[in-house]
Design a protein around this ligand. Structure first.
Ligand SMILES: Nc1nc2c(ncn2[C@@H]2O[C@@H]3COP(=O)(O)O[C@H]4[C@@H](O)[C@H](n5cnc6c(=O)[nH]c(N)nc65)O[C@@H]4COP(=O)(O)O[C@H]3[C@H]2O)c(=O)[nH]1
Length: 726
C-alpha cells in the first residue's frame, strides 16, 4: 500500500499525465487484489451520467457498455455510490438487487463482485467512483477497504490538480492570444514574461526584453516625477491605470492605456506586478479627428464659430495683459447668393473654398479665420499695436477677394464687405464685438460694397484716408502720376557737384503734391512699391542718360530702394532692365539702402548685393546711425558711401551728442575708406562743422531743394566745371 502511495506520488511529482496516473492507480490496486480489475468512473459535465475514465484492464466493449450509466438503485456498485453517496461493497453481482440493471454485463464479463467508493473533488463534492471488480464472489477485508480509500483519495488529488493545471493552461492560452499586451515584472521591475501582443506592439522579441528593466520602454514624454507618482500609487493602492507614452523598438513613440496590478503572497508582501496594456494611438487619432470635425467647418476646414470664439477670447485675455488691440473682422461676400443660385451649389462651394484659402494667405499663421456658415467669414487679428496694421490686412483682404477667380474654367470676380470692431475700443466680449462688427459690415454694404467700415467713427475716418490713398495709389501707377525730383550732392572740399538723389513725387489729381512720407509706407503695405520702385529705377536711369546726351557732365544718380522691393519681386532683374533699357553705365547708378535691409536675411542679401556691385553699381547706406549699426556688415557689403541721417545734422549747432555722433561717423568712414555724405544741410554753420570734421560730401536745402529735372539741368549748367564723378 505504501508502495502504491509512493509510486503514484512520484508520478505526480514528475508531472506525468493525469490519465496515466489514474491507470497506474488501477493497476497497482489490481496487484494488491489479484483476480480483479480497477476502474475510475466520473460524472459527466451535467452531473447526470457516469462514464469510465480509467480502466486499463476492462476490455473496450465492457467500457462501452458501462459508459452513460445513470445513477440509481439498480445501477451497480458505482451507480449506487452516486445514488446513495456512500461506499458500496457488492459481493455477488449476480444476485444483489443493486446490480439489477447491469446484470447482463456482470454475466458477460464475469464480474462476480464489485466494491466501489466515492471520489471527491477539492470542494468535497462526489465527482466519481473508484471500484475494484473481481472475477470471484468476495467481500472486502479492512485492508482492501483502506486500499480503496487511499486509491480514491489519490484519484481525487490527481483530478483536482489536473483541473487547476487545465485552467492554468487555459489562462495561458487566453493571455498569449489576448488582444491586450501582458507582462509580468518582479519588484525590481525586471521583465519576467510577455505575451505575443507585447511583441507585436513594441517590436521586441520576448528574448530581447526578458531580464531587462521596464524603463527601457519609456519615451521622453514623461519625466521622473510621473513615474515615481505612478509606482507610489501601485504600492499604496495595489494598482494604477492611465495613459502613458511609450517607445517602440523602432523609436516610434505611441500612447498606451496601461493597467498595473501588484501581486501579493499570502502574507501580503508584493512579489510581482502584472501589467496589461493596449495601443491607443488609433483611438486617439480618431478622437482627434472627431475633435477636429466638431470644431471645424466641413466645407472649408476653417475653425467653426465655437473654436473661433475660444481663440478670440484667449487673444483678448493676452491683449489685455500686453495692452494691445484685437480686431474682429466680419466679412460678407457681396452678391454671393446671386452667384450661388446661377452657378449651382457645387460651384458655390468651390468658390467658398477658394475664398477661404485666399483669406488664409492674408493673415499671419497665429491669427484665426472662421466661416460662420453661408458666405460669412470672421477674422481675428491679434497682437495689434496700431490701426495701420489692421488697415494693411483690410486692404490685402479686399484686393485678394477681388482678384479674378477661375471656378470650373469660368472666370469670376467677387468682392466683399467688411465690418471691423476693435478690442478694447468697441468692447471686451466676443458677442459685443461681433454685433458691432456686424453693424459696421452693414455700413460697408450701404457704402456701396467692396469696402470696409470700422464700428468706431474716428478709427473709420483715419483708416478710410488710408484706404483712399491705397486705392488711388493703384490708379496712380496706371495713370503715371509720379515724377522724380533731384537733389544735388556736393563735394565739400572742392564745392563740385558729385551726384543727385532721385526723390519721388506724386501729383495727385485732386490732392495736389503728396509727399513720399505719406504714401511710401502704404505702397509697401500693399506691395505696390515693387511696381513703383521699378518705375523709379527706370526713370532715374533714363534721366541720367538723357542728361548725358544733352551734354551735361556724367553724374551718379542715387535711388532709394525699399526693403519690400528687395523681398518681393525680382530686384536684380529690375536693375538690369533699367540699365539695359536706358544704356546707363552701372557706375552712374547708386542704390540707397537702410541698414535694416542689409541685416535681414544677410546671406541672401550679400550674394545679391555682390552681384550688383560686380556690375559696377554703387552702394550707399541711407539714414546711417539710426538703425542697428552692426558695423561688421560695412566691410562685408563693400559699401561706397555712408549717408549721415539729417536728424544728427539738424542739431549739430545745439547738441554736443549729435556733434560727437557726426564726427564719429565721418572718422569711421574715413578709416574704412568710405565716402561720408551729410544729409539735410541747411546752414553755413552746419557746413562749416562738417567740413572741419572732414566730411566728404553734403546734400541739403543750403544748396538746393529737390528739383524737377528741368530745374536740375539749369542748376548743373550754372555750376559749370564744378561737376565730378565721385
Ligand atoms: N528738412 C530738410 N529735408 C531735406 C533737406 N534736404 C533734403 N531733404 C529731404 O530729406 C529727404 C531725404 O531723403 P531720404 O532720407 O532718403 O527719405 C526719403 C526716402 O526714404 C523716401 N523716398 C523718397 N523717394 C523714394 C523712392 O523713390 N523710393 C523709395 N523707396 N523711397 C523714397 O521718402 C523719404 C522722404 O523723401 P522727401 O520727402 O523727398 O525728403 C527727402 C528730401 O527732400 C534739408 O535740408 N532739410
Amino acid at each position: 500500500m505504501l508502495q502504491l502511495q509512493q509510486t503514484v506520488l512520484t508520478s505526480v511529482a514528475q508531472g506525468a499525465d493525469h490519465r496515466a496516473i489514474l491507470d497506474q492507480v488501477c493497476r497497482l490496486a489490481e496487484q494488491l487484489l489479484p483476480n480483479s480489475v480497477g476502474s475510475v468512473m466520473l460524472l459527466d459535465e451535467k452531473d447526470e451520467l457516469l462514464n469510465v475514465y480509467a480502466a486499463p484492464n476492462i476490455p473496450p466493449e465492457g467500457v462501452a457498455r458501462l459508459n452513460g450509466l445513470r445513477p440509481g438503485p439498480g445501477a451497480g456498485s458505482c451507480g449506487n455510490v452516486l445514488f446513495t453517496a456512500v461506499p458500496q461493497f457488492v459481493s455477488n453481482t449476480f444476485t444483489d438487487p443493486r446490480w439489477e440493471d447491469l446484470r447482463q454485463i456482470a454475466y458477460d464479463f464475469n464480474l462476480c463482485s464489485c466494491w466501489s467508493i466515492p471520489v471527491y473533488s477539492a470542494e468535497r463534492k462526489i465527482v466519481g467512483t473508484f471500484a475494484l471488480s473481481s472475477f470471484e464472489h468476495r467481500s472486502p477485508s479492512p485492508f482492501h477497504q483502506k486500499l480503496l480509500e487511499i486509491g480514491a483519495s489519490i484519484i481525487g488529488i490527481v483530478l483536482a490538480r489536473n483541473k487547476v493545471e487545465a485552467s492554468l493552461r487555459l489562462f495561458e492560452t487566453a493571455i498569449a492570444g489576448s488582444e491586450e499586451g501582458f507582462m509580468v515584472v518582479d519588484t525590481g521591475l525586471h521583465i519576467l514574461s510577455v505575451n505575443m501582443t507585447f511583441t507585436r506592439m513594441y517590436g521586441y522579441s520576448a528574448e530581447e526584453v526578458i531580464g531587462q528593466t521596464l524603463p527601457m520602454l519609456r519615451s521622453d514624454e514623461h519625466d521622473e516625477t510621473f513615474y515615481s507618482g505612478l509606482w507610489a500609487n501601485v504600492r499604496r493602492f495595489g494598482r494604477w491605470q492611465g495613459e502613458v507614452w511609450k517607445r517602440r523598438k523602432n523609436g516610434e513613440v505611441f500612447p498606451e492605456w496601461l493597467n498595473i496590478s501588484a501581486v501579493n503572497d499570502t502574507e501580503g508582501t508584493t512579489t510581482h506586478y502584472i501589467a496589461t496594456f493596449s495601443d491607443i494611438s488609433r483611438r486617439k487619432s480618431t478622437e482627434a479627428q472627431i475633435q477636429y470635425l466638431s470644431s471645424h467647418d466641413a466645407l472649408t476646414g476653417l475653425p467653426n464659430r465655437m473654436l473661433f470664439q475660444d481663440r478670440l477670447e484667449n487673444a483678448i485675455a493676452n491683449a489685455a495683459r500686453d495692452h494691445r488691440r484685437v480686431a474682429l473682422l466680419d466679412l460678407d461676400l457681396d452678391n454671393f447668393k446671386l452667384l450661388n443660385d446661377s452657378l449651382g451649389h457645387s460651384a458655390g462651394d468651390t468658390l467658398l473654398r477658394a475664398v477661404a484659402l485666399r483669406l488664409k494667405g492674408c493673415i499671419p499663421e497665429t491669427d484665426s479665420i472662421s466661416r460662420l456658415g453661408g458666405d460669412a467669414f470672421l477674422i481675428a487679428l491679434t497682437n495689434i499695436d496700431s490701426v495701420d496694421a489692421i488697415n494693411h490686412v483690410l486692404i490685402e483682404v479686399l484686393a485678394q477677394v477681388a482678384s479674378p477667380l477661375d471656378i470650373d474654367g469660368r472666370p469670376l470676380s467677387l468682392t466683399c464687405s467688411i465690418g471691423v470692431a476693435v478690442y478694447p475700443d468697441d468692447g471686451d466680449q466676443f458677442e459685443t464685438l461681433l454685433k458691432r462688427a456686424d453693424k459696421a459690415m452693414y455700413h460697408a454694404k450701404e457704402a456701396g460694397r467692396n469696402t470696409y467700415r470700422f464700428f468706431t467713427e474716428q478709427i473709420n475716418t483715419d483708416s478710410l484716408a488710408h484706404l483712399r490713398i491705397a486705392h488711388s495709389l493703384r490708379a496712380a501707377v496706371r495713370a503715371r502720376e509720379f515724377a522724380l525730383h533731384y537733389q544735388p550732392q556736393i563735394d565739400l572740399r572742392t564745392g563740385a557737384l558729385v551726384g543727385a538723389e532721385a526723390l519721388i513725387r506724386w501729383h495727385h489729381p485732386e490732392e495736389g503734391l503728396v509727399p513720399p512720407n505719406d504714401f511710401i509706407a502704404i505702397a509697401e503695405q500693399t506691395g505696390l512699391i515693387v511696381e513703383i520702385g521699378d518705375w523709379v529705377l527706370r526713370e532715374a536711369c533714363r534721366q541720367a542718360v538723357a542728361w548725358q546726351r544733352a551734354g551735361l557732365p556724367p553724374l551718379v544718380v542715387a535711388v532709394n530702394i525699399s526693403a519690400v522691393q528687395f523681398r518681393r519681386g525680382d530686384f536684380e532683374q529690375s536693375v538690369l532692365t533699367a540699365l539695359s533699357e536706358s544704356g546707363l553705365a552701372p557706375r552712374f547708378l547708386e542704390i540707397e539702402l537702410t541698414e535694416s535691409v542689409l541685416l535681414h536675411d544677410m546671406e541672401i542679401m550679400l550674394s545679391l548685393i555682390n552681384r550688383l556691385k560686380d556690375l559696377g553699381i554703387k552702394l550707399a547706406i541711407d539714414d546711417f546711425g539710426t538703425g542697428y549699426s552692426s558695423l561688421s556688415y560695412l566691410k562685408k557689403f563693400k559699401v561706397d558711401r555712408l549717408k549721415i541721417d539729417q536728424s544728427f545734422v539738424r542739431d549739430i549747432g545745439r547738441d554736443p551728442e549729435d556733434r560727437a555722433i557726426v564726427s564719429a561717423i565721418v572718422q569711421m568712414a574715413r578709416a574704412l575708406n568710405l565716402q561720408s555724405l551729410a544729409e539735410g544741410v541747411e546752414t553755413p554753420a552746419q557746413l562749416e562743422f562738417l567740413r572741419a570734421q572732414g566730411c566728404d560730401e553734403a546734400q541739403g536745402y543750403l544748396y538746393s531743394k529737390p528739383m524737377p529735372p528741368e530745374a536740375f539741368e539749369v542748376f548743373v549748367r550754372a555750376m559749370g566745371d564744378e561737376v565730378r564723378e565721385y
